[in-house]
Design a binder for this molecule. Structure first.
Ligand code: NAP
Length: 309
């Protein structure tokens, strides 16, 4: 019998209890799942950053911490966390992100706002370029960014992806490193941010890098708020260098009511809803990963703490 501790916001327990129990049964694990195991008895922790566990040191026999979130920036630097940390990679989370990114990319590409928000009797006949003439750059081509890249490629967009390490992903122009960043951003017309929040990625979009983009480019950020220097973005929006920014994530969430983004006519704020973890699919992923550990196989999606993601 394995003791699995569920540590997330209490309200989430109701959503996860049955799916996790089912998932453990489906992979043949005998699990005592609870929110209140004694720390020294816990084999695995199913974890969200807003739950009760903040000090991992009493969890002396815990073999791994399974995050319910893809982003791990709030826990990766926790010095008490010595156990392996696995982030969530789940096809439903990926599918949700692909839909959100494709939707907002098409909105900007087609100039949909012109006709949706201005039903004023004026016959405006302007045609957007076709997708093949609209270069899109995705910063971060991991689980989410690469899937978005494939979907945008299917629609005809020339897609460039940028990562930390060198990659070779079919259908994407793959660049990496500092020189790669300059090349990836130069003349890009739509930029999607799907990087994790780390010391290296903070303010990756700043005055200098925003200046590389095509005049009137669009920014779509479902990654993390600190990826963008907010003052630099607001200046670029005001100058027309950036035509519009669709932002799902912010340095402070919920975004304060008096933040300039809310009132800015060229900014769309969405409340961190680009994609979410679905209990059924996430539970299957977590149970499968625990089953791997119990079969002495390496865990999937272990966070590399040297890189912070
Ligand atoms: P992932 O698989 O770890 O991919 C991260 C990508 O970023 C990889 O391509 C990685 O490069 C690249 N990267 C990391 N540090 C870099 C650096 N210093 N320079 C260049 N590239 C760097 O992560 P994911 O699952 O796709 O998730 C990405 C992020 O999406 C999460 O961290 C989270 O912040 C965000 N997210 C948001 C929502 C939402 O609802 N808004 C939902 C889920 C996730 P390598 O390929 O070389 O490792």
């Amino acid at each position: 019998m394995l003791n699995v501790l569920f540590s997330a916001k209490p309200a989430v327990w109701e959503e996860y209890e049955a799916p996790l129990r089912n998932a453990f049964t489906n992979v043949g694990l005998d699990v005592d799942l609870a929110c209140d195991h004694a720390p020294a008895d816990v084999d695995y922790i199913v974890f969200a950053p807003n739950g009760p566990v903040t000090d991992f040191s009493p969890y002396t026999k815990t073999k791994a911490v399974m995050s319910l979130w893809a982003g791990v920036e709030t826990v990766v630097d926790n010095l008490t966390l010595t156990q392996p940390l696995c982030r969530l990679v789940d096809h439903s989370l990926t599918q949700g992100m692909v839909e959100w990114v494709v939707g907002h990319t098409l909105r900007h590409h087609l100039g949909m706002d012109t006709h949706i928000t201005r039903q004023d009797g004026v016959w405006r006949e302007a045609f957007p370029p076709v997708a093949t003439d609209r270069p899109v750059t995705i910063l971060g081509i991991g689980a989410l960014g690469a899937a978005c890249g494939q979907a945008l490629h299917q629609l005809g967009f020339p897609v460039t992806g940028w990562s930390r390490s060198a990659k070779d992903i079919p259908n994407l122009r793959c660049l990496h490193g500092d020189d790669g960043l300059t090349a990836a951003l130069t003349d890009a017309e739509i930029v999607v941010l799907l990087l994790p929040q780390t010391p290296e990625t903070e303010n990756i979009l700043n005055t200098e890098t925003l200046g590389l983009l095509a005049q009137g480019a669009f920014i779509i950020n479902p990654g993390r708020g600190p990826l963008i220097d907010d003052d630099a973005l607001l200046a670029a929006l005001d100058s027309g260098q950036i035509a519009h920014a669709t932002l799902d994530v912010f340095r402070v969430e919920p975004l304060p009511q008096d933040h300039r983004y809310w009132a800015h006519p060229q900014v769309t704020v969405t409340p961190h809803i680009a994609s979410t973890t679905r209990p059924e699919t996430a539970s299957a992923v977590i149970a499968g990963n625990i089953a791997r550990g119990e079969a002495d196989k390496p865990f999937h999606n272990v966070v590399d703490r040297r890189f912070g993601y």
